[in-house]
Design a protein around this ligand. Structure first.
Ligand code: GAP
Length: 478
């Protein structure tokens, strides 16, 4: 793990953003709990996503489908047969890797050494292997021919590549037998597909229209060593946009643009985001691109935009016997709609924000650690700090808190030197602090300190709410 990544993980725990799940029992790997600040950050992200998808588009409705679904769902979707990772074991260290990621790592190393031609050749080998009939054997052959060594032990002592299904299963009802086997959903999308007609009819939608959903998904990830980047229980924010066949590429481009703009609007610097085209299309897709962020662990996917054709609706029609067709009154034809999907990980968005926000600055010979969250995403928007615990200052500070807290998340802190309190607020990413001093009590003015510039301004208490709202709206990434 990189130094920077370790610092972010450590701050997340120390300040109450994210904890290892079941820590007192030694932890459960690749599962995490969100603490008091993490949960606020996460809620702000979901609110922004919901607002941008559902409230900003009249033709998109929300849904909250059950995690447990009829098991045939996963047969129809292809997950039972094809939701696999190609795995390979280092016989010496007993560490397990994803074969495609091992090859990708090798390609990255070649590029870093300036061996672009060789990297291009191996990349082509990877693409061919992923698309091969027997992809496990083809990936194994690439690892052998390129003599790719184990990242941990440095050995070249591999098992064969095997496919491993990522779905968690359990049984429903009191009797545990194979007929009662069901799955924890590995994506939220299928809950949307099976409700296609329910939402279309009750929402009185005509194609094109969308269904948006936020919810938990579960994958028995084998290589899960990167904090909340790859979890076994995580949350997705997905939207399926149903379109007339033949118009899917137009919708694909529209959603590509909208989704990239959403990440930028969260205060992510444009230089840290890029597009990545899939080397191998999933079994359901005719186009797929990812939005990647440059994490301290390298460029990695945050969101996928997929053109899923009519694969899912058609498969559910076949397996359920229920018609998934739509009669289009505009074109007078019946068809199964095509689907463009936007699928972003909530936890991965949170990780993006933590990585993007984390900064260290030299101030007067000291290191100031700050989280430069967008003020609309910051867990706490305003810290309210009476200079001392007497002379009417706490009373006025509480009054100010009461006035602000309907509009923004506030935190009252009267403990310790004010400089220390500012640093604490910086470290959890609070964009504004309001300090109440003797002058505040006498003249009705307070000091507002900005996290990013550390500049302070004196403001009449009566103008404070308007002032903060304006500053938040004007905030720019730096
Ligand atoms: N319905 C399409 C779908 O699920 P995906 O690319 O497998 O597509 C979409 O997942 C997003 O979900 C990813 O871009 C990522 O942000 C998030 N995601 C997937 N697996 C994850 C995991 N194990 N841990 C955390 N987030 C994950």
């Amino acid at each position: 793990m990189s130094d920077l990544f370790e610092k972010i993980v450590s701050l997340s725990k120390r300040r109450g953003f994210i904890f290892q799940s079941s820590e007192i029992y030694g932890g459960l790997s690749a599962t995490y709990d969100y603490g008091p600040l993490g949960v606020e950050l996460k809620r702000n992200v979901t609110q922004r996503w919901w607002n941008s998808m559902v409230y900003q588009h009249q033709n998109i409705s929300g849904l909250d489908a059950a995690i447990l679904m009829h098991p045939t769902t996963w047969k129809a979707s292809g997950h039972v047969d094809a939701f696999n990772d190609p795995l390979i074991d280092d016989k010496t260290s007993k560490m397990r890797y994803r074969a495609d990621q091992l090859i990708e790592g090798h390609i990255d190393r070649l590029r870093r050494k300036g061996k672009d031609e060789e990297a291009d050749r191996v990349y082509q080998g990877l693409v061919d292997a992923l698309n091969a009939e027997d992809s496990a054997k083809a990936l194994y052959d690439v690892i052998m021919s390129e003599e790719i060594r184990s990242p941990d032990s440095g050995m070249f002592d591999w098992t064969e590549v095997r496919h491993f299904n990522l779905m968690f299963d359990t049984t429903i009802g009191p009797v545990s037998n194979p007929d009662n086997k069901i799955y924890l959903r590995p994506e939220t999308a299928q809950g949307i597909f099976v409700n296609f007609h329910n939402v279309r009819e009750t929402g009185r939608h005509q194609v094109p229209f969308g269904i948006a959903q936020i919810g938990k998904a579960f994958r028995n990830e084998i290589v899960a060593r990167q904090f909340i980047f790859r979890m076994r229980e995580f949350e997705q924010m997905e939207m399926q946009y149903f379109v007339q066949p033949g118009t899917q590429m137009e919708a694909f481009e529209q959603w590509r643009e909208e989704r990239m703009n959403w990440h930028l609007s969260n205060g992510i610097r444009a230089s840290k985001l890029r597009w990545h085209e899939h080397e191998k299309l999933a079994h359901y897709a005719d186009a797929a691109q990812d939005i990647q962020y440059e994490f301290p662990i390298g460029w990695q996917e945050v969101e996928g935009i997929h053109s899923r054709t009519d694969f899912d609706l058609k498969a559910h029609q076949e397996h359920s016997g229920k018609k998934m067709e739509y009669f289009d009154p505009r074109s007078n034809e019946k068809y199964i709609p095509y689907v463009v999907e936007t699928s972003v990980g909530l936890d991965r968005t949170v990780l993006t924000l933590l990585c993007e926000a984390y900064r260290e600055e030299e101030v007067g010979g000291d290191t100031r650690t700050l989280m430069k969250f967008h003020p609309k995403l910051a867990p706490i928007t305003v810290g309210i700090l009476p200079l001392v615990k007497k002379d009417g200052m706490p009373e006025l500070a509480h009054k100010i808190e009461d006035r602000l807290k309907d509009q923004m998340n506030t935190f009252y802190d009267e403990k310790g030197a004010v400089g220390r309190r500012y640093r604490r607020m910086d470290e959890i990413g609070t964009p504004y602090c309001v300090t109440v001093d003797g002058e505040s009590v006498e003249e009705g003015t307070v000091t507002v300190r900005e996290r990013d510039t550390m500049q302070q301004e004196r403001i009449p208490v009566d103008n404070l709410l308007g002032y903060l709202v304006e500053r938040i709206a004007d905030w720019k990434v730096s």
